[in-house]
Design a protein around this ligand. Structure first.
Ligand code: ARG
Ligand code: ZN
Ligand code: CA
Length: 261
């Protein structure tokens, strides 16, 4: 393994929460911490995985050669009135061209991995392009209740909500940004996610199925319900596979690395 690629993260919150800056910066850092753990199998709950589990014999959790940091803004003073050069790259109510007060894609933030935090319709936890670009300020969009972990920032109404309160929605969405499909792919046994070390399955899983309780398409194989690219609760997803992390490493190094500021 060579030096890992460091991905600079910038986080953008809705207007009206400027007085809550310290809390929102801490919430952003909590999400960065989750990503650093989950993409390197350093998450505490990786202990739920055992190589003796009834999936593929010998399958081990995957580790990507990337890490995340909450970026420091290099924007000149005045570009964003409440963000000074040298401060964490967290904006609140910054320069939203549509005047809605909610963050949107912004080319001033090209070269950063952006997270836009705003109210989404009731059932959407977050969304991302498949195989994204940060050339023009590309972003993952997150609901107010699915970003970061811990007690959140009640003064801003930005509070992680169970059962999606452990920051894993961003882990999942970034998987899409780095070109990962859902493990259940197109919900059929004839389609698959293109990866050899994830059993082919024709259905997503919700809640918290016990390991080995969901049959895969091939008799004797079982769905990797605990994979970050399924739909289970945050507390019940805790691993990527090696093939998934190979896709991420390949995408980050070939497409994104040259776009990083
Ligand atoms: N449904 C969303 C998607 O397909 C995210 C699911 C995330 N699940 C979670 N436990 N956080 O992108
Ligand atoms: Zn998804
Ligand atoms: Ca597969």
């Amino acid at each position: 393994r060579g030096a890992s690629i460091v991905i600079p993260v910038a986080v953008h919150f809705p207007t009206g929460n400027e007085a809550d800056r310290d809390c929102l910066v801490a919430l952003a850092q909590s999400q960065v911490d989750v990503l650093n753990a989950d993409y390197t199998a350093m998450n505490a709950d990786i202990s739920n995985w055992t190589a003796a589990s009834p999936f593929y014999p010998g399958l081990q959790p995957g580790v990507a050669n990337i890490s995340f940091c909450l970026a420091v803004s290099d924007h000149p003073v005045g570009v964003d009135p409440e963000l000074l050069e040298g401060e964490p790259a967290v904006t609140i109510g910054y320069n939203f061209a549509n005047g809605s007060g909610f963050p949107e894609l912004d080319s001033n933030w090209a070269g950063y991995m952006n997270f836009l935090i705003k109210p989404l319709d009731g059932t959407t936890l977050g969304y991302s392009p498949l195989g994204g670009s940060i050339e023009n300020g590309g972003a993952v969009v997150m609901n107010l209740s699915t970003f970061g972990t811990g007690s959140g920032c009640p003064g801003s109404g930005i509070v992680p909500g169970a059962p999606f309160n452990l920051g894993r929605t961003v882990t999942h969405e970034l998987g899409h940004f780095y070109n990962l499909n859902h493990t259940f792919a197109d919900f059929t046994c004839t389609g698959d996610d293109g990866l050899a070390d994830t059993p082919n399955i024709d259905t997503e899983s919700y809640n918290c199925p016990p390991a080995g309780s969901v049959n895969a398409c091939t008799p004797g194989q079982y769905s990797l319900t605990m994979n970050y690219m399924d739909y289970v609760n945050d507390a019940c997803m805790y691993m990527f596979t090696p093939d998934q992390m190979n896709v991420v490493d390949a995408y980050v190094s070939s497409v994104l690395a040259s776009q990083i500021k």
